[in-house]
Design a protein around this ligand. Structure first.
Ligand code: BGC
Length: 407
């Protein structure tokens, strides 16, 4: 359902970034030197990422779609550390040059580039050394960042050091969903703090190589609601820990706030410690529309969190991810319109939002959920690797072309 209360054309600020976001492991294929690759093979439970969308070889075709069908002026992707440094200290020049070509292609098409340096995957050698658990390992990531900054300094417009430290850490170290599947509160805290130090170090390195660089992190920001006596307390605690803590810990080391926003979180702290049955949920939540992964869509949340985050941190905001798994593309069109309408309202009310990156350009390998969730504006036929535009692709293309929603 499209929110009916806002029916004037909604034009976004001049120079607003319109893009889509992807991550190397999810689209490129053959990430054979990564911790995820090994884990997928060892677990044998899920579909492995395999050749994914073969974006490694098809990037030109994909960027052409972003330009010609989506009319985008920006694109977010990640550079795969495991491919660049497959063995400790051995940098692969071919791969380094490959990403130069990738970034040069974006430039040629007039798309601003946003590059993520860590998007969930690690070189296997690094994770076998204990990964982010050990502070002394951070030096390896710093070396990689320094190399990327030197190699790509003329090609990157926005840098994202780390994607969703606040999702990666609990999933990998508390809830045992992502590798290395450890369940330890102590390690969770340790890794989170190490990621905060890593971000600060990476920020400084990039700025020392490129003084006027735009550097940030992409943090998953949730809308929290809880019930009964916990109504105020738990959302507030969740907000402080989940939404604010990474920015609090790394304050002054962000040129913009990268925000990934997806859904209403029923999982407050209370859910982590006490398993709660859904029947206790309020009417509003049960009636909320669910996407293919069962998450409650909550478009006005993007407005609320932008207002909240801007008030607290006073930095320009870029929506680095927002999207929906919707194989039939039935809900995606109104999802896009509604989220952008609410985002526009935040801008109208003074929030400095600079861009929106839809997740994702195409269907891709959705981590522990395999290929089933379909997040793409372009459908992927996994047999032929054909890219097929969904109707949302044309809709998003119109919005991007018009720099807004015309009614
Ligand atoms: C991640 C993506 C993921 C998307 C949808 C974000 O948390 O950054 O890698 O595919 O959400 O689950």
């Amino acid at each position: 359902m499209i929110d009916k209360n806002r029916n004037n054309s909604l034009i976004f600020p001049h120079g607003f970034l319109w893009g889509t976001a992807t991550a190397a492991h999810q689209v490129e294929g053959n990430n054979i030197h990564s911790d995820w690759w090994k884990w997928e093979k060892d677990r044998k439970l899920i579909e492995d990422s395999g050749i994914a969308c073969d974006h490694y070889h098809k990037f030109k075709e994909d960027f052409r779609l972003a330009k010609e069908v989506l009319h985008n002026n920006a694109h977010r992707l990640s550079i795969e550390w495991a491919k660049i440094e497959p063995k400790e200290g051995k940098f692969d020049e071919n791969v380094i040059n490959h990403y130069k070509e990738v970034l040069a292609e974006l430039k040629r098409l007039g798309l601003k580039s946003m590059v993520t340096l860590h998007h969930f995957t690690l070189p296997l050698w690094f994770s076998e050394r204990g990964g982010w658990e050990k502070k002394e390992n951070l030096i390896f990531f710093k070396r990689f960042v320094e190399r990327c900054a030197q190699e790509y300094k003329n090609l990157v417009d926005y840098w994202i050091t780390i994607n969703e430290p606040n999702i990666y850490t609990p999933l990998a170290y508390l809830q045992r969903i992502f590798p290395p599947q450890k369940g330890s509160l102590i390690l969770t805290v340790k890794v989170y703090l190490n990621l905060a130090s890593t971000h600060k170090a990476a920020y400084k390195i990039i700025h020392s190589v490129i003084p006027n660089a735009q550097v940030g992190a992409a943090v998953h920001i949730g809308m929290f609601k809880a019930f009964g006596v916990f109504e105020n307390l738990f959302p507030e605690i969740s907000r402080r820990i989940f939404n604010y803590s990474f920015f609090d810990l790394t304050f002054k080391y962000h040129d913009f706030l990268g925000i990934n926003y997806y859904a209403l979180h029923r999982n407050t702290l209370k859910d982590i410690f006490i398993k709660r049955k859904r029947k206790k949920e309020t009417k509003e939540m049960i009636e909320g529309e669910l996407n293919d992964l069962g998450w409650t869509m909550y478009p006005s949340g993007i407005y609320t969190i932008c207002k909240e985050m801007y008030k607290r941190f006073h930095l320009p905001i870029i929506i680095t991810e927002n999207g929906i798994p919707d194989a039939k593309d039935e809900k995606r069109p109104s999802f896009i319109i509604n989220h952008l309408s609410w985002l526009h309202k935040a801008i109208e009310e003074g929030v400095d939002v600079r861009g929106y990156f839809h997740w994702s350009l195409m269907d891709n390998f959705e981590w522990n959920n395999g290929r089933k969730p379909r997040f793409g504006l372009f459908e992927i036929n996994y047999k032929t690797l054909e890219r097929i535009p969904r109707k949302s692709a044309y809709l998003y293309g119109e919005i991007s072309k018009n720099n807004g929603i015309l009614y």
